[in-house]
Design a protein around this ligand. Structure first.
Ligand code: SAM
Length: 315
């Protein structure tokens, strides 16, 4: 079976203009794109940088790095790293970049090629092995996890990470199905969910949408990764440096919003006092309101639909 979806899938960068302007680029600045994907945002950053500018781009998916556009691969201002953004602080330390970064971009979630290539196992639309790892060389696949997790854990993940109303029924159906044979293909899982989740007359999305998203977020520990990267941003950015985060899920957006708000406030016991000790002062300030895509962007790229950009500046 051909696990590749017909036609080469490319990734259309989301909220490109607002993210680039949010980074407030300086031609000789040092930037980090922690989610290189297919290099849409990185390419736009490089276009604005002069010869002294520098860009570190990271992706945990080895395929994203291997398939980086040739024009970017050979750009001497760009360094590509295959790794996780939870290790940002280490990458910055190794390069003597702590407190020297002018802007950090996180464009969360998965890229179109990851979703569209059936062999990666992210999609319920095209049948493939149930994998869902952004880095297929590390951690357990979705099939391995679904084969071993107890019903309560399955239900909790579907409920918390997918906000799936029918989490209990779906978890029960998964446990029952795997008693006859391991669930190994995306189409099998989609079918099990379809049969277990009652359909509402106005439902537009495939009934497996939320479950697939929840399993993907769990398998890749996406919320844990985000938390570590946000914490590292304070160490990386120089005063005036910008943090731009594009999220696609309410849980991610909530985590970003909360992080920026917490870092923008002094601890309760110092609030309102004229003299706040150095280590207790706010470290970030919010820049503008959360940015959503325009109707035109959504019409041109359905994947932009749930995106939201938040911007903060290091104080
Ligand atoms: C939405 S895509 C980014 C697209 C990119 N901005 C572009 O325009 O081409 C997200 C990318 O981030 C990567 N990614 C997700 N979580 C990551 C993590 N914790 N560490 C490093 N890369 C990650 C994914 O593998 C994927 O390639």
């Amino acid at each position: 079976m051909n696990e590749k979806t017909e036609g080469a899938s490319h990734h259309v960068p989301v909220l490109l203009g607002p993210a680039i302007s949010g980074l407030n680029l300086k031609t000789d600045g040092c930037y980090v794109d922690a989610t290189f994907g297919r290099g849409g945002h990185s390419g736009a950053i490089l276009q604005e940088l002069g010869t002294d500018g520098r860009l570190l781009a990271i992706d945990r998916d080895p395929q994203a790095i291997a398939e980086a556009p040739e024009s970017l691969k050979h750009d001497p201002r760009l360094e590509l790293i295959n790794g996780k953004f939870s290790e940002l602080k280490q990458y910055a330390t190794e390069r003597n970049l702590l407190g020297k970064v002018d802007g950090l971009l996180l464009d969360l979630g998965v890229s179109s090629p990851q979703l569209d290539e059936a062999g990666r196992g992210f999609s319920f639309r095209s049948d493939g092995p149930l994998d869902m790892r952004m880095d297929p060389s590390s951690g357990q696949s979705a099939a391995e996890w679904l084969g071993a997790a107890d019903e309560k854990t399955l239900r909790d993940v579907l409920r918390k990470l997918g906000e799936e109303r029918f989490a209990g029924r779906i978890a029960r159906a998964i446990v029952s199905a795997r008693q006859s044979a391991p669930i190994q293909r995306t189409a099998e899982l989609a079918q099990i969910i379809h049969a277990a989740a009652p359909k509402t007359p106005r439902q537009k999305r495939h009934p497996a949408t939320k479950s697939f998203q929840a399993i993907r977020i769990f398998i890749n520990d996406e919320l844990g990764e985000l938390k570590k990267a946000l914490a590292a941003s304070v160490d990386l950015l120089r005063p005036g440096g910008r943090l731009c985060v594009i999220s696609f899920h309410s849980l991610e957006d909530r985590a970003v919003k909360r992080f920026i708000r917490e870092r923008s406030l002094e601890p309760v016991q110092y609030r309102g006092l004229p003299d706040i000790p150095e280590g207790m002062r706010p470290t970030m300030k919010t820049i503008g309101k959360a940015v959503s895509p325009s109707d035109a962007e959504i019409a041109a790229n359905a994947r932009a639909r749930s995106s939201r950009l938040r911007i903060a500046e290091r104080l």
